[in-house]
Design a protein around this ligand. Structure first.
Ligand SMILES: Cc1ncc(COP(=O)(O)O)c(C=O)c1O
Length: 372
């Protein structure tokens, strides 16, 4: 199994994808949320088979989304019962969320979101002319929490809530006692919930993913196989659109406005969500748990242990507002800038620890040398 998760840095440096392409020869890339591992063999085989089959013609869409049964089955694992007739495919998770907000809100609408916030959501909200209603995560000794009552009141006063669960960048997995009051507040006030659950399969032992769809039928749930199986380039996502008005709003727009997923993206997603990929995912989580332990013990008190994801949210205030810039200049380690996640990200950097031992050694050494 280890050969799946032992990437060669020489190979990584030759890859055309953005993660390593921006790193100079003496730099190490630990930023954007791509992993350094090849996807599961079953995914590569299914794409190879699709290519060798030679059919690059139009897909047969007469029965609706080809991904619906697999999405329903996958979310059943997490305890949710999705309606297959309410599933749509999108090019990617962000495309789906933007489309849903676009058909639901007007300029000036208010969107509640946890802070710090995954940067594309900040851009979406700003470019659409919506206003942000922040739900601040606050760091306690060893975890990130938010004031549930205050959050419920924020949700009640907002037109939409974008939930990111599990959360990027803190790695929090929301518990039912946190989700419940937000869902209740949204139901009572007609606030649309859009739940980004793209990290749902990357949960560490001791935690469990609770889909928003286990608590309400009217939320929009968006996900893809791209984060858990390292497939960001395949451009393929799915959304369960519980809310009838949103479903009709999407259906009323021209068919080709949002693009469409490709046969290869569908083949890759179906393979990733098949039982044949389970052993790879189990192996991945073992490697990620060890990497997480390594990083948190190297940086005591600077990061709370993420409950999901391969992202560490590291507090380095002595390096100024944007520690990632200082660290790159001093050591050649490329991280994601905290301030990209909004004001709450000042003094933070995000570390991607989905890599092999030898590269993680370099990540930790460079981080420690930057902070002296
Ligand atoms: C919370 C979250 N949502 C969405 C995405 C992007 O997904 P996609 O590439 O399918 O738009 C990411 C990528 O890291 C993410 O962390």
């Amino acid at each position: 199994m280890n050969e799946w998760f032992d990437p060669d840095i020489g190979w990584l440096r030759t890859k055309p994808g953005i993660k390593w392409a921006i790193a100079a020869d003496n730099e190490v890339a630990a930023w954007v949320a791509d992993m350094d591992f090849r996807p599961p063999p079953v995914v590569i085989d299914s794409m190879r088979e699709a290519v060798e089959g030679g059919d690059f013609g139009y897909p047969d869409l007469r029965r609706g989304s080809r991904l619906a049964p697999a999405f329903v089955e996958r979310w059943r694992r997490h305890g949710a019962d999705l309606d297959p007739s309410r599933i749509r495919e999108f090019d990617d998770v962000l495309n789906a969320i933007q489309a849903v907000l676009h058909v639901t809100l007007d300029r000036g609408s208010t969107v509640a979101v946890h802070t710090p916030t995954y940067p594309p959501f900040l851009h979406t909200i700003e470019r659409h002319g919506y206003r942000i209603a922040p739900i601040p995560f606050r760091r306690t000794v060893d975890r990130w929490e938010f004031d549930i009552e205050e959050a419920a009141s924020t949700v009640a006063q907002s037109d939409a809530l974008i939930l990111v669960n599990p959360h990027n960048p803190t790695g929090r997995v929301l518990r039912p006692d946190e989700l419940g009051p937000l869902v209740d507040a949204a139901s009572a006030s007609g606030t649309l919930i859009v739940s980004d659950e793209v990290h749902a399969d990357l949960i560490y032992e001791g935690h469990r993913h609770h889909p928003v769809a286990t608590l309400t039928d009217s939320a929009v749930t968006v996900t893809s196989a791209t984060k858990s199986f390292n497939l960001a380039g395949i451009r393929c996502a799915v959304a369960h659109v519980g809310d009838g008005k949103v479903w009709d709003g999407l259906a009323s727009l021209p068919e080709h406005l949002f693009g469409a997923v490709s046969n290869l993206g569908v083949a890759a997603t179906l393979a990733a969500w098949s039982p044949e990929a389970d052993a790879w995912l189990d192996g991945l989580m073992t490697v990620l748990a060890a990497n997480r332990a390594r990083l948190t013990s190297a940086l005591p008190r600077r990061m709370a242990q993420p409950e999901a994801t391969y992202l560490g949210w590291v507090n380095l205030p002595e390096l100024g507002d944007d520690p990632a810039a200082v660290i790159r200049a001093r050591t050649g380690l490329v991280l994601t800038s905290g301030p990209d996640f909004g004001h709450a990200g000042r003094g933070y950097a995000r570390v991607n620890f989905a890599t092999g031992d030898a590269i993680l050694d370099q990540v930790v050494d460079r981080l420690l040398s930057a902070i002296g």
